[in-house]
Design a protein around this ligand. Structure first.
Ligand code: UDP
Ligand code: MG
Length: 345
């Protein structure tokens, strides 16, 4: 795989951690939460898709605290599948944490992620990797013909994609597509938590990554059901807000606080002027205008809550980073190439 990588220096070579030796070409990372029915088919399909290539690869299934037998099945499967490793987490930590765990244990120069429910098609893996080799740091799949419920999934997702694109400046059609390829160094040092995995392209872009997207296949879920409901939309919107903030905050915090401060100040002055005019100009009494006061109070409270939330978010990031504590705990790593890249967290 090396030979076909572009010779131009990529930005990841300048990142800390980029010097670590990676002994494989490709790591396929799959978060697994109660996917026992699709697991055998999934691993076979990945193996078949990669057989045609000459790449040295591993499949890392991260069991995110499954309770349906996926864990035991994975333990069995690693005995017969030479390229399969399973990282077993202690409990359910969520998809982002599971992916972060997979990144941590991966040994490939390139990492491909996809869902464990066969909605992404493993046959697309070689294609996204080849696209990456054209000189990108991140290739994002685009489920052009997405097979999910139109009203509850496609519509919110369309809106979210437009919003994320607008806020971050990285316009992708489909942030939510799990099928993505990354240069390993790009994701190794990223501090992921919450629902941040879907913002990886935006986070990467802030770091200067070269990003592109390619249409990929998508299938309806065959087994089990989606692990997500509407609650995720709220969490995603909050995370989006944070990303937008971080992007600005890390460079010019005053541009963020200053904007809110200025707006509230101007509004305060305008309202004060209006009330003064009523009182002084027209001789009206302004003591009986509770709605106006209420609007001012609500507005200012909103601004304060927003700022507080953001400060808390920054404090939390600092906390995560200073602790160096992973957002997940590993119970066990099973499978062939058990030489973890670095000590297990
Ligand atoms: N997943 C996980 N932990 C969770 C929820 C989901 O590892 O807490 C995995 C799940 O097994 C699947 C992927 O994340 O491989 C995407 O989940 P799902 O298919 O339910 O999401 P959807 O396709 O409906 O967006
Ligand atoms: Mg799915």
């Amino acid at each position: 795989m090396d030979s076909s990588l572009p010779s131009v220096p990529t930005f990841v070579e300048t990142l800390p951690g980029a010097t670590e030796v990676r002994s494989l070409d490709l790591s396929v990372v799959v978060p697994i939460y109660n996917e026992v029915e699709s697991l055998p088919q999934l691993v076979d399909a990945i193996a078949i898709a990669l057989k045609e290539t000459a790449w040295r690869y591993e499949i890392i299934c991260v069991d995110d605290g499954s309770r349906d037998g996926s864990t035991d099945l994975l333990r069995k499967m690693v005995q017969t599948h030479p390229n399969l490793r399973a990282v077993l987490l202690r409990r359910n930590y969520g998809q982002t944490a599971a992916m972060a765990a997979g990144f941590h244990f991966s040994q490939g120069e390139v990492i491909v992620t996809l869902d464990g429910d066969l909605q992404n098609d493993p046959r697309d893996i070689p294609m996204v990797v080849e696209k990456l080799q054209e000189g990108y740091d991140l290739v994002s799949g685009w489920r052009k013909e997405r097979q999910d419920a139109p009203l509850t999934r496609l519509l919110p997702s369309k809106m979210a994609n437009a919003l994320i694109g607008w806020v971050t400046g990285v316009r992708l059609h489909d942030y939510g597509c799990s099928l993505k390829a990354y240069r390993a160094e790009l994701v190794m040092d990223m501090n992921l938590y919450g629902e941040l995995h879907r913002f990886l392209p935006a986070l990467a872009f802030i770091e200067g990554a070269r990003i592109t997207e390619v249409p990929v296949r998508h299938h309806a879920r065959q087994f089990g059901e989606s692990k997500y409901g509407l609650g995720r939309t709220f969490r995603v919107v909050m995370d989006l807000f944070t990303i937008a903030f971080i992007k600005k905050f890390l460079t010019r915090p005053m541009h963020v606080f200053g904007l809110f401060g200025l707006i509230s100040m101007v509004l305060g002055i305008a309202l004060g002027g209006y009330l003064s005019f009523l009182k002084l100009g027209l001789g009206q009494s302004i003591g009986d205008r509770p709605l106006l006061i209420l609007a001012v109070v609500l507005f200012l409270t909103g601004v304060q809550l927003l700022s507080l939330g953001l400060m808390a978010e920054i404090a939390m990031r600092t906390y995560h980073e200073s602790q160096g504590r992973p957002i997940y705990r590993v119970r066990e790593v099973v499978g062939q190439s058990s030489s973890a890249r670095s000590p297990s967290p």
